[in-house]
Each structure stands twice: as structure tokens, then as C-alpha cells.
Design a binder for this molecule. Structure first.
Ligand code: TYF
Ligand code: FE
Length: 374
């Protein structure tokens, strides 16, 4: 059973006001090449850079942007750094889910008082373009949340970075904003992390998916979605559940060597255009069989899109009380079966595509089997 908690019943003072996702930072083995991939395949623009040429001796970071989505790709130049250790253990993965706040110091102090483990104490960064304050706390695995306060900062990204464009001439693909970021945590620890987001971060439980909603023959997982006061930040948390064989969540935990970010869902206003462009540029998507489309109209009712286009692009559709959504999932974007992307277009629906779970998880399981992990 999935349950929906009406947020109007739980209106209280927002103990941690968040304006949105500020950026997502990956620690990677080769940031220069990863930056090229996000530009050529995903349509991001290079906007800023930090590295030896800008006085940063131990690392290189590339900041990529598409509308409101900002990704930072960081690699280490020092084999013994915390970044190198992270990449050695986890492979390329998400280190920072950065949250845009009006008061980084208060966000840090409040969350630490309520039980967060501090990662980086509040720091003020300044350059000729203004001032940015940052402070970080730990969340699941080695992942951290950085609170970013950028009152009237006018620079390309943050002090320490310089504005930088690339010579690639790349059209964006229509990605607009981060819709949600999903974490995989160890067996039995989902509720602990849901409680962290409720008590420490002031989030509300939005949805619960139990194993009856989402167990196929092999995959069994549990998922709870928490969201912040204004609903701009949504974090589903998955944990593996006992299935017949290895859960997709177990496969992730095994290869990531622990808890971490599983997928980042990015929104578009035109999924047909976005997905055709991503496919043309070589992004690989999970395959859902033709049979998925046979009873789709009966299940979904009328939609604006042409069914033949959806079928051709292998886009999934689901409906809830408020409307419908279109979504598709990439294959993992590393050699390890870890982080992947979801492309989502919401047409009223605020849910996560529960009606697609079976087809989606069976598609994931076919990939798991090809990897010898089922
Ligand atoms: O974010 C969600 O809930 C959907 C569905 O391992 C989903 O995108 C849930 C679990 C999972 C993959 C996708
Ligand atoms: Fe999702």
C-alpha cells in the first residue's frame, strides 16, 4: 500500500527553509573527461572551473549548468586525499547534495543541534564578485549536504572558481531542474534516515512504498519519500528487502561499497524532444518491452502525447489523482552499476511512477542479469 500524507495537515514553522537544490558535486576519476560527457551527451554548458591554473593545487573542478541544474565534477590531483579515497572506494559518485539557503550558519547550527554530524564548519568565501557562505553536514554513507548562502554573489559559481566556457558548441537538451534525488541505504536503515530527514532537517514523509508495491520476482525494495517544507526538495530513500534473488539495491550497495545517491531525476518541459536529443547524443536508456504499450491507453486514459512517439522513444507514463507524468531511466553512467538518471516530465502528477515500477524493475533486472549480478 502506498500512503499519502497531506502536507496541509502538518503545517508548522519550517525549521530549515530551503530555496532549492544549489548544486550536486560528484567526485570522479577524471573530471576533464566527465565534463566532456555531460556537455556532449547531456547538453550542459561549462560555466566555471577551479584548478591549478586558478591557484587550486590539489584538485580540478568543472561546473556545468543547464537551466537551474548545476553539476560540479571534481577530481583529485593527490593520491592520498579524501577525494581520491572516495573515488577509490565508491567509483565516480555523488559527494555533495548542496542546498540553497538564506542562512548557512543557522542551517548548520540548527541541524547540528538536532543531531546532524558536522562535516565542514561555516566558512565565508569572498572574491571580487561578492560573498558565499557554506557549511556541511553528513547524511547517508559518505554523502554530505552543503548549505550554500549566496545573497548577492555575482560570480560564475563561487569564490575559488573562475568563469570558463568551453569551445564545444552544444545545444541544451531542455533539462530544467532537479526534481528529486534518491538515496540507497543499507538493509534495515531506511527508517533511521527518514527520521533524520524528519527530525534534523524538518522534512515530512510524503509517500511510502512497501514490498507489495515494488517487488517483482527478484527485486524487492522499500522506499519512503521525504520532502522539505515548501516541497522543492524531494528525497526518496530506498533499502533492499528480501526477494527471491539479489535486489537492485543490494547490487548498488555492493558496488558502491555502501549507501549513496542512486538516481537523480531531472525535469524537462518536453520529454519527447529531450529524450530524442539524449538518444541522438549517445545516452543509453533502460529498455522496456513493446508489450508495455499494449494496454497503456486503457491504464492511463487520454494524454497529449502521441503514443507512437512514446513507444519509439521507450518513454513510460503513469497517472495519479492530480494528473500524469512521463519518465525514462538511463543505464548507470559509470562502469559500476551505481548512479543513473531519470528524465521526468510532470503534467500535474506529483507522484513517482508507481504504475511503472514493475516494468522498470524488470528492465533493471535484465541489466543485472547481463552483469552476472542476479
Ligand atoms: O524515484 C522513484 O521513486 C522512481 C522509481 O530503485 C524508482 O523513480 C524507485 C526505486 C528505484 C528506481 C526507480
Ligand atoms: Fe525517481
Amino acid at each position: 500500500m502506498s500512503t499519502q500524507t497531506a502536507s496541509s495537515e502538518t503545517v508548522t514553522k519550517d525549521i530549515l527553509p530551503l530555496n532549492g537544490t544549489d548544486h550536486i558535486e560528484f567526485y570522479v576519476g577524471n573530471a576533464k573527461q566527465a565534463a566532456h560527457y555531460y556537455q556532449t551527451a547531456f547538453g550542459f554548458q561549462l560555466v566555471a572551473y577551479a584548478g591549478p591554473e586558478t591557484g587550486v593545487r590539489d584538485r580540478a573542478s568543472y561546473v556545468l549548468q543547464q537551466e537551474k541544474i548545476r553539476l560540479v565534477l571534481t577530481t583529485s590531483l593527490d593520491p592520498n586525499s579524501e577525494i581520491s579515497k572516495h573515488v577509490h572506494l565508491h567509483g565516480d559518485g555523488v559527494k555533495v547534495l548542496a542546498l540553497w539557503v538564506d542562512d548557512a550558519e543557522a542551517s548548520f547550527r540548527g541541524t547540528v543541534e538536532r543531531g546532524a554530524r558536522p562535516a565542514h564548519a561555516p566558512t565565508t568565501l569572498t572574491d571580487e564578485h561578492g560573498e558565499v557562505k557554506v557549511a556541511s553536514i553528513h547524511t547517508y554513507g559518505d554523502t554530505i549536504h552543503t548549505f550554500v548562502e549566496r545573497k548577492n554573489y555575482k560570480g560564475a559559481f563561487m569564490p575559488g572558481y573562475v568563469a570558463r566556457q568551453s569551445n564545444l558548441e552544444i545545444e541544451p537538451v531542455g533539462l530544467q531542474y532537479v526534481d528529486h534525488c534518491v538515496g540507497n541505504v543499507e538493509l534495515g536503515r531506511m527508517n533511521e534516515w527518514v527520521e533524520f530527514y524528519e527530525k534534523v532537517m524538518g522534512f515530512n514523509l510524503l509517500l511510502t512504498f512497501d514490498d507489495k508495491d515494488i517487488s517483482t520476482e527478484y527485486t524487492a525494495l522499500m522506499s519512503k519519500v521525504v520532502s522539505n517544507g515548501n516541497g522543492y526538495i524531494k528525497f526518496p530513500i530506498n533499502e533492499p528487502a528480501q526477494g527471491k534473488k539479489k535486489s537492485q539495491i543490494d547490487e548498488y550497495l555492493e558496488f558502491y561499497r555502501g549507501a549513496g545517491v542512486q538516481h537523480i531525476a531531472v525535469a524537462t518541459n518536453d520529454i519527447l524532444h529531450t529524450v530524442s536529443e539524449l538518444r541522438r547524443r549517445g545516452v543509453e536508456f533502460l529498455y522496456v518491452p513493446e508489450t508495455y504499450y499494449e494496454d497503456l491507453i486503457e491504464r492511463i486514459g487520454h494524454i497529449d502525447e502521441d503514443m507512437a512517439d512514446l513507444r519509439k522513444l521507450n518513454i513510460l507514463v503513469d497517472r495519479d489523482d492530480e494528473g500524469y507524468l512521463l519518465q525514462i531511466f538511463t543505464k548507470p553512467v559509470e562502469d559500476r552499476p551505481t548512479v543513473f538518471y531519470e528524465i521526468i516530465q510532470r503534467k500535474g502528477a506529483k507522484s513517482f511512477g508507481k504504475g511503472n515500477f514493475k516494468a522498470l524493475f524488470e528492465a533493471i533486472e535484465r541489466e543485472q542479469a547481463l552483469r552476472g549480478n542476479l
